[in-house]
Write a protein that binds this ligand. Structure first.
Ligand SMILES: NC(=O)c1ccc[n+]([C@@H]2O[C@H](COP(=O)([O-])OP(=O)(O)OC[C@H]3O[C@@H](n4cnc5c(N)ncnc54)[C@H](O)[C@@H]3O)[C@@H](O)[C@H]2O)c1
Length: 253
């Protein structure tokens, strides 16, 4: 019970890494405020972990009102916020020469502005308790000029580098106040993030992604959730500003 009596907010909790994190956190004793735009998906997770104990907030984290509601509902239901996991995100493959301003803005809003907004509304409550742990989902993409199936992920990479820098800046700013800020940098993890028209195409993509992994396989969402749990819990009490790389050795090649 490594999160016994802790209150945690997890964004993008209906699928993949966010879903695995919610399930693990619940098993470790946390009380949860979960967010997603996918209402049926979020309800399924809440049914699995217990609708009576945990709460859901449906809405896009690109909207300040959603971030405000997450913090307000956590305080109303549980009276404190110990952990914030900024997880919601999308992946985009597009050349710089082809990307529209609308596509750029949407990606920046979902992957990066969301983190700013949730930090903005959660940190005041952590400051009041002089304690808190924020975990941002960055990526190995924040370190590399990654190409994917011949296409460019430059804009996605920029959002993840932004997540890493947000982590660095907030970690040094709030360390004296008892708030730790870290990020996880996953490699290829088999989730729904890569939108492919068919299961066959999705499976084919993950099969070729294995070739980049020295460990010989892709990661599973639960393996990233374990890293998030470590950073969220008091076991990492001397860890802040840390990009924790969980990539099967991808960056060490
Ligand atoms: N899967 C990987 O290989 C990988 C690698 C590195 C980093 N990441 C990061 O991990 C995080 C989770 O990704 P995943 O792989 O679990 O993807 P996923 O698509 O399985 O889950 C993402 C969730 O975020 C939700 N979401 C999307 N836009 C939202 C919005 N505006 N407001 C609220 N919720 C929204 C989706 O509905 C979905 O439930 C992302 O930030 C992603 O960039 C993933």
């Amino acid at each position: 019970m490594r999160l016994q009596d802790k209150v945690a907010i997890v964004t993008g909790a209906a699928s993949g890494i966010g879903r695995a994190t919610a399930i693990l956190f619940a098993r470790e004793g946390a009380r949860l405020i979960l967010n997603d735009i996918d209402e049926p998906g979020l309800n399924a997770v809440l049914s699995q972990i217990g609708k009576d104990t945990h709460r859901g907030v449906i809405g896009s984290v690109t909207e300040e009102d959603t971030a405000r509601r997450l913090a307000r509902d956590a305080m109303a239901a549980f009276g404190r916020i110990d952990v914030l996991v900024n997880n919601a995100g999308i992946h985009v493959v597009r050349e710089v020469t082809d990307m529209t301003v609308e596509e750029w803005d949407r990606l920046m809003d979902i992957n990066l502005k969301s983190m700013f907004l949730c930090c903005k509304h959660v940190i005041p409550h952590m400051l009041a308790k002089k304690k808190g742990s924020i975990v941002n989902l960055a990526s190995i993409s924040s370190f590399i000029g990654q190409e994917m199936e011949g296409g460019s992920t430059f804009a996605y990479n920029i959002t993840k580098a932004g997540a890493r820098q947000l982590t660095t800046s907030l970690a040094s700013r709030y360390a004296p106040d008892g708030i730790r800020v870290n990020c996880v940098c996953p490699g290829s993890v088999e989730t729904n993030i890569l939108k492919r028209p068919t299961k066959e195409e999705r499976d084919a993509f993950w099969r070729q992604a294995v070739q980049g992994e020295p460990i010989g396989r892709n990661g599973q969402p639960e393996e990233i959730a374990n890293a998030i749990l470590f950073l969220a819990s008091d076991e990492s009490s001397f860890v802040t500003g840390c990009p924790l790389i969980v990539d099967g050795g991808f960056l060490s090649r």
